[in-house]
Write a protein of this length. Sequence first.
Length: 278
Amino acid sequence: MENLGVKMRMGLPAKIFATLLKISPSPIQNKLWKWWYQKLSKSHDKKDFRFMNYGYIDSNPPSLESFDEPYRLFIQLYEMNIRNIVLHNKEVLEVGSGRGGGASWIARSMNPSSLIGVDFSAEAVLLCNKWYNKQENLNFIEGNAEELPFPDSSFDIIYNVESSHCYGNMSKFIHEAFRVLRSGGNFCWTDFRDDKTMELTNQLFLDSGFKIVSKREVTKEVLDALDSINDAKKERIEELVPKTIRRSFETFAGIEGTPVYESFKNQKLKYFCYQMTK
């Protein structure tokens, strides 16, 4: 986690973690993120906490089943990322599947022939395979985004939602995504960066061989979602997360007053969405 130049309380565990990240080389960063993520996964195993993204306020919202409505803003971020991409009868990969809520919705709503969610948290993968085991076209496996455990040209569509900022080596991830994607396939990516890092990331996409079909900034829509659910999210964290790591969990969730939230607000960080083809 980079120094965003904003003085705010992060919670001691998150503050120590952020300091270690700043002084560590990429391989160590990867191990630190895995340790931190495992800690977060173990701290809360309730199925109603199925999404880890910031959400998205959509001017053209999708229709949802009634049981998906409580998660609308989070689902809308996933839908925005893959909008206009046909997933029906396709073999799909989500890199960084987290607690599986997005993959579950996509597998049910878009009817891919198969959807695999890969995540480097063994705890998260275990939970997902338990929670969503009745969805026949959905499976979760443990794996590293920088060393994807699949042969070349395995998937028609790959998507990645608000996960890649945690990776130690973005270039390795992009090249791995290109490797396991089939020719003519789609790569859909959404995440946040500062302007300089986004320029470098954009070039990494091109250098790997991807063709950029569309790209746009969606910071306002993400920030509006964070504002809309801030109080409810904070209440849920207070209710469900142990007090010892509560402030750190708020930092991870982008609660108002935390570094990521304030950096969105002052435009030091921006949220982007890319759709690409191989």
